[in-house]
Design a protein around this ligand. Structure first.
Ligand SMILES: Nc1ncnc2c1ncn2[C@@H]1O[C@H](COP(=O)(O)OP(=O)(O)OP(=O)(O)O)[C@@H](O)[C@H]1O
Ligand SMILES: [Mg+2]
Length: 300
C-alpha cells in the first residue's frame, strides 16, 4: 500500500480514448478490449464527495479481481488481467498511475438490466416490503424485520437507465426486455453467484446482505462484467454485529455515512460538504480492512 499517496481523483491517459466517466470509474478503449480504471472518488447518497479516499480505487479493483477469480467456475467474466506489466504498451506507459487500480477486460454488449440479488431486508427492498409485502413482484412472508435474512435469496432486477434513477422491474418485465431464455439464464447465474459469494464472505466474518451484478454478451455468450461484489456495489455487514430488527451499518461507508447523517445543514444533494481528514482516513482504513478480510491479505 501507498497510504501516503494523495487520492487519485481525475484520470488522464494520453493516447487512450476515454469511453465513459462514471461516478467512480473511467473506461478507456484498448483495441477491442476495455481498460477500467478505478479512481479514489467516493460517493454517498449518490453525491460524489470533493475529497477522495486514498487507496480506495485499488481496493475496489483488487476486490473485483478476487471475486472474478473465485467465481469463474460459475460464469465466465470479462477480466483479462489486472497486471499492468502484462497490458499493451499504450497502457503500460501509464503504469505509475494505473498500477493496482486498473483491469483490462473484454468489451461486451451490456444487457440493459441491473441484476440485484438480496439475501437480507435493507434499503429500497425494505421500503417496498413494508408497503407491499413483496419486492419486484416476489412475494415474501409476513413478519420479516429490518435486516432479517430472507427465506431464500431473491432477484430484484432494475432497469439500467442512461439518466435518472434505475426502476425496479418484475421478472416478467425483465423477460420482455431480455427474452425468456436470457432472463432465466441470468436469474440463475445471479443467484448462483450470490450464494457462492455469501458462503465465502460469511466464512470470513462478513455477511453479503445484497449486491448488484451486470452481465454482457460477447459472441452470443453470457459474460459477468463491470465490478464484482465490491463495497460500492454491495452491502457487507459485520457478521458478529448482525441483529435483525434494526438498521445495520455498512461495514465500509459506515463512518462516512454516519458523519453525513449527523450534518444538520446538508440535504444530501450537491454540493458535497467538506470532509474532515479523520473521516477520510478512517474510511480508507475500513475499505482496506474489508479487502483484507475478504482476500485474506492486504491490497497491493
Ligand atoms: N466488459 C464490459 N463491456 C462493456 N461495458 C462494460 C463492461 N464492464 C463495464 N461496462 C459498463 O461500463 C460502465 C461503467 O460505468 P461506471 O460504473 O463507472 O459508471 P456508471 O454505472 O455509468 O455510473 P455510476 O457512477 O452510477 O456507477 C457501465 O455502464 C457498465 O455497464
Ligand atoms: Mg456503475
Amino acid at each position: 500500500m501507498h497510504e501516503a499517496d494523495p487520492p487519485l481523483l481525475t484520470i488522464e491517459l494520453d493516447g487512450l480514448e476515454r469511453l465513459h466517466r462514471g461516478k467512480v470509474r473511467d473506461l478507456f478503449r484498448v483495441g477491442d478490449d476495455l481498460l477500467l480504471v478505478t479512481s479514489d472518488r467516493v460517493s454517498a447518497f449518490d453525491v460524489v464527495m470533493n475529497e477522495g479516499v486514498p487507496g480506495k480505487g485499488r481496493v475496489l479493483n483488487q476486490v473485483s479481481a478476487f471475486w472474478f477469480d473465485q467465481l469463474s467456475r460459475i460464469l465466465p467474466n470479462h477480466k483479462i488481467t489486472i497486471d499492468v506489466d502484462a497490458m499493451p504498451d499504450a497502457v503500460r506507459r501509464h503504469a505509475r498511475v494505473l498500477r493496482g487500480r486498473s483491469m483490462l477486460a473484454r468489451r461486451t454488449r451490456p444487457l440493459p438490466v441491473e441484476f440485484v440479488v438480496r439475501g437480507y431486508l435493507a434499503g429500497s427492498g425494505l421500503a417496498e416490503y413494508r408497503a407491499t409485502r413483496s419486492i419486484c413482484g416476489v412475494q415474501l412472508p409476513d413478519g420479516l424485520a429490518e435486516s432479517s435474512r430472507l427465506p431464500e435469496p431473491i432477484l430484484t432486477p432494475t432497469t439500467k437507465e442512461q439518466a435518472g434513477h434505475d426502476r425496479p422491474i418484475t421478472f416478467d418485465e425483465m423477460a420482455k426486455i431480455l427474452g425468456p431464455e436470457r432472463a432465466r439464464e441470468t436469474k440463475a447465474a445471479a443467484l448462483a453467484l450470490y450464494q457462492a459469494a455469501h458462503e465465502i464472505a460469511e466464512a470470513r466474518g462478513l455477511l453479503l446482505a445484497d449486491t448488484k451484478f451486470e452481465f454482457g454478451e460477447l459472441n452470443g455468450r453470457l459474460i459477468w462484467i463491470d465490478e464484482a461484489l465490491t463495497p460500492d456495489s454491495s452491502r457487507y455487514w459485520a457478521k458478529a454485529a448482525w441483529r435483525p430488527g434494526v438498521p445495520q451499518d455498512p461495514f465500509d461507508k459506515q463512518v462516512l455515512r454516519n458523519y453525513l447523517l449527523g450534518l444538520k445543514d446538508w440535504n444530501k444533494a450537491p454540493p458535497a460538504p467538506t470532509l474532515p481528514a479523520s473521516i477520510i482516513e478512517t474510511t480508507a482504513q475500513r475499505y482496506r480492512e474489508t479487502a483484507r478480510i475478504l482476500m485474506g491479505h492486504d491490497v497491493d
